[in-house]
Design a protein. Structure first.
Length: 294
């Protein structure tokens, strides 16, 4: 299985799981909240934080932006979308702060102009969201930047994933299995897709989770996931559409801790007599007709 360099870290079989704290839009348009979330990710032991970047009047139609929608930013959907979108000043501060805290950062870019905008910061990789998997022009534009790509595969058929992989090529590509419901129900997760994708494409595969609990995200490590991404929040009760499907600080600390425990427990797959088992064997095993010497 291919290994891929993401920022400070090698990702793939034989390397620790690359844990991403998806900040997304949970900063609620406030750079101070974003920095607090970065701090939580660092303290938890994450390797990266991720944001979302959109050119609002490209991604959304005028009719969609004019649609009534109450939010802290105003009374239309446009007020909300513009209020949540960070600009150059905020991303310069994000870039500076992540370098100071020694954590990778990157973004899901929903349009070509956003890819160009984020590229000026020399990010470790790009994320392509599930909603963009069938946008061949965006895939081509992102690949042209020459950086590793993480591609989420939610709400997609195998035929659509095949096409996306064909467009992007397998070089420096990581697929992320996901279910694009917020929050996702356990019966929707279908985690056995992870080893299927690994075998089908022969490239690293990870998991982007939107469920409320932690156990299923941790379980993906045993299925071969080399990346785990979860949304992060300071408080699930905060205002915002993604907060309910996000993980709070203490939960993120448990998530990373338990991922590392599972990695340790998986071992190397070679059956052997453990050193600490030997005295117990001698004490408890009465007869050994297989291992006896005559």
């Amino acid at each position: 299985m291919t290994e891929i360099q993401l920022g400070y870290t090698l990702v793939g079989d034989g390397h620790p799981c690359y844990v991403i704290a998806e900040i997304g839009i949970n900063h609620n348009g406030d750079i101070d909240i974003a920095k607090k979330l970065i701090d939580v990710a660092v303290t938890s032991g994450c390797q990266a934080v991720k944001f979302q970047k959109r050119t609002i009047d490209v991604v959304y139609s005028a009719e969609e932006l004019a649609r009534p929608r109450e939010s802290p930013f105003g009374t239309t959907n446009g007020d909300l979308k513009y209020g949540l979108e960070f600009g150059l000043e905020q991303y310069r501060e994000i870039d500076r702060y992540c370098k100071e805290r020694k954590i990778d950062w990157f973004a899901s870019c929903w349009d070509e102009a956003s890819v160009d905008f984020i590229d000026q910061f020399g990010v470790s990789c790009y994320k392509i969201a599930s909603a963009s998997l069938t946008d061949a022009n965006l895939l081509d534009h992102t690949r042209a930047k020459g950086r590793p790509i993480l591609l989420s595969t939610g709400m997609s058929t195998l035929e659509q994933i095949n096409h996306a992989v064909e467009v992007l090529g397998k070089q420096d590509l990581i697929l992320l299995h996901t279910c694009s419901t917020y929050p996702a129900m356990y019966e929707e997760l279908n985690l056995r897709v992870i080893p299927m994708l690994r075998e089908r494409y022969g490239i690293p595969v990870g998991y982007s989770g939107h469920e409320t609990g932690l156990s299923t995200s941790i379980a993906t490590i045993a299925l071969g996931a080399c990346v785990v991404e979860r949304h992060i929040t300071l408080d699930r009760a905060m205002w915002g559409s993604d907060q309910a499907a996000s993980v709070e600080p203490q939960g993120f600390m448990r998530l990373v801790r338990d991922i590392r425990l599972v990695e340790t427990a998986l071992g190397d797959g070679v059956k052997r007599l453990g050193e600490r088992e030997e005295p117990i064997m001698k004490k408890l095993r009465r007869v050994d007709t297989v291992g006896s010497k005559e």
